[in-house]
Every structure is written in C-alpha cells, then in structure tokens.
Write a protein that binds this ligand. Structure first.
Ligand code: FES
Length: 349
C-alpha cells in the first residue's frame, strides 16, 4: 500500500520536506503558491479550458447534423478530404486535448508541489498505517483543490460528462442507413457494387486482370472497375469498403468446396477482403495451407474450403464472389455476393 506521508527510518512521520533529502536542494515555491492572484489566474485558465472543451463537443454535434457528408474540401498535401471528417476530427480532437491540457495545468500550478519519501514496508499494513493512509487520502483530496476550487470541479465534471457524447453519435451510424434511415445493417452490407459482367481490376492501379496474370499461389487485392466513378459520385469510401476483394489462385484439385457450384475460374477464387469478425481488411495468405489470417484478432479462414473459419473469434465464413471471364478473357464478377460482407454484429438481433 502506498503511504504518501514522509517517514524517517524509524517509522515515525516527519513533516513534509521543505528541504528534500532526496534531491539535496531547497524547495522552490511556485508563483501560485505565494501569490493568490496568480493562483486565481491559473484557476480561471483551467476552468476556461474545460469550458472550451464543452463548447467543442456542442460544435461536434452541430457539425454532425449540419454538414453534408458529400462535401469535400481541398487541403494541400492531403488532397480532397471530406469536410465532415475534418470538422468532427478537429472538434473531438481539440476537446480531448483541452481536457488533457487543463488537467496538466491544474497539476502543475495548483496541486501540491512537495517532495515526499515513500518507505517500503510489510505487504499487510498495520491498522494504524491504514488509518494514516485514509487520513492522507482525505488530506490529498483537500490539497488537490477538488474541494477548494469549485469552479474547476464543476467545469471538469461538465467536460467529462459531455465528452462521451460524440462516441454515441458515431455509434449511431452502425444502426442506420446514411441514405434512407430504413435499411437494417444486414441489408446495407448485403449489397455492393459488384454485378454480373463487372470487370475485376487491381486495387490502386485499376488494371483489368486476365486469368493468366495470376500464377498458382498468387494473391491480388482487387476492386470493381466502376469503383472510381462510384467513389467520385458518392464522395465517400463506402463502396470501396464493401466491394474490396482478394483474388487467389490454387490448383483446382485442391479446392475442397465452394459456396456454390463453379464459382471459381480455373482455380481462381475471389473472397471479400473484409474480416467477418469486426471488419479488418485481410491479405495475409499462406499458399501452402490456403489459410487467410486476419492480423487484428487472428481469425483464420480456409479459402480452399468455402472460406470457413478454422481459428479465431470470427463466427462466419468469408463471403465468396462468383467469377468468370468476359469475351476478351478478363476476369469478371458473375453476380454480387450472396451474403452480407464484413462484421456480423447485426446477427445478434
Ligand atoms: S477483425 Fe479479423 S479477427 Fe477480428
């Protein structure tokens, strides 16, 4: 148990150390220790920061409701960025920063600034030591200013009470469609921009892929060819998040089962890239076992056997995309996914 009262080697409790035996130099008082006006000024600074943090939480809520999600602004270096993303990030980030800064300012300028010696003692404290610890706690509570500075106490409580509100607003989007507000999460995750005849292209370069481009044991991260236009029109990354896939190729004789007949093309299989546990993107593939490993919580999927879970917390197989080739020999989707992609939180009803 920690004993914050300075002791000498014989167990008695000396007064706090104006002249520290630990650092052999005289204790220097801070301005706020000797000047009541400076202390008052520091108190106002701390309270102002807590107040401003509360104002920023309100600003976060206003931005959330008023800014159009498709509005982008151009920022040098970063390029096109969603205005809402910037506004929510700045307001919530500054709100947290102000709470932290205010706490540091409070500790540095107003909380007790004395050196204490902590002696080692038996694991089980005697009763008088316990009583002394309680007394120390009470004294610490008094000296911390929690009782003495009511403005700081109230603004701190206010700031901490409002601080979780942005999280509630962000979680709300898990249950509502950003478009209509009527679709369930399972319905939202059941539809992607994949459709029959949609060419499969390499992620980032958007190069179409021929079957011969992918050797046995190879893996390619891919997206639909129409993704750039959809992203441009929607002004967000939702379509990318749902349509991202991986293409892998194995010897057709090694395929144990698929989620439908003939969903592969000459041993090339396409699976969603989004983990069915909580949605991390996956591309760690071991070609010898055909296992796909999620780096977040180690869920492992057997891509030679319907993408079934062989290890880890994921409760659902990895959704497979049926594929074929077009008249020019490029890989295409034969349909959309037949089941929701991504996390399965919605299964809990
Ligand atoms: S997100 Fe993949 S295992 Fe948790």
């Amino acid at each position: 148990m920690s004993d914050l009262t300075p002791h000498d080697d014989h167990g008695s409790a000396p007064a706090r150390l104006g002249h520290s035996p630990v650092a052999d130099s005289p204790h220097t008082l801070r301005v706020a220790d000797t000047d009541p006006k400076a202390a008052k000024r520091a108190e106002r600074q701390v309270a102002s920061m807590f107040l401003l943090s509360m104002v920023l939480v309100v600003a976060f809520i206003v931005c959330y409701w008023t800014i159009d999600k498709s509005t982008n602004i151009y920022i040098p270096v970063f390029g096109e960025v969603g205005l809402m993303t910037i506004a929510l990030g700045l307001t919530s980030g500054l709100s947290i920063l102000l709470i932290g800064t205010a706490a540091i300012q409070w500790a540095k300028k107003l909380m007790p600034d004395v050196e204490v010696v902590q002696q080692r003692h038996e694991m089980v404290s005697p009763e008088d030591a316990t009583a002394e610890a309680v007394a120390n706690y009470e004294r610490g509570k008094e000296e911390s200013g929690f009782v003495r500075f009511p403005i700081i106490r109230r603004t701190l409580i206010g700031a901490m009470a409002l601080f979780p509100i942005p999280l509630v607003f962000l979680l709300r989007d898990l249950w509502q469609s950003p478009v209509s507000g009527t679709l369930t999460p399972a319905e939202i995750l059941s539809t992607t921009i994949w459709k029959k005849g949609e060419r499969i292209v390499v992620d980032a370069t958007y190069q179409p892929i021929k079957a011969a481009d992918l050797p046995i044991g190879g893996l390619v991260s891919a997206v639909p060819a129409s993704l750039p236009e959809v992203q441009e029109a929607e002004g967000n990354l939702n379509a990318r998040g749902k349509a991202a896939i991986i293409l892998i190729r194995m010897d057709p004789a090694e395929i144990v089962s698929q989620q439908g007949d003939g969903w592969d093309y000459q041993g090339i299989l396409a699976y969603s890239k989004i983990c069915t546990h909580v949605g991390c993107p996956i591309a760690l593939y071991e070609q010898r076992t055909h296992h796909l490993l999620c780096p977040c919580h180690q869920s492992t999927f057997d891509l030679a056997n319907s993408g079934n879970v062989v290890f880890g917390p994921a409760a659902r197989n990895m959704p497979q995309l049926p594929i074929g080739v077009d008249s020019e020999g490029y890989l295409i989707a034969m349909d959309d996914f037949s089941e929701p992609i991504g996390p399965s939180f919605w299964e809990r009803g």
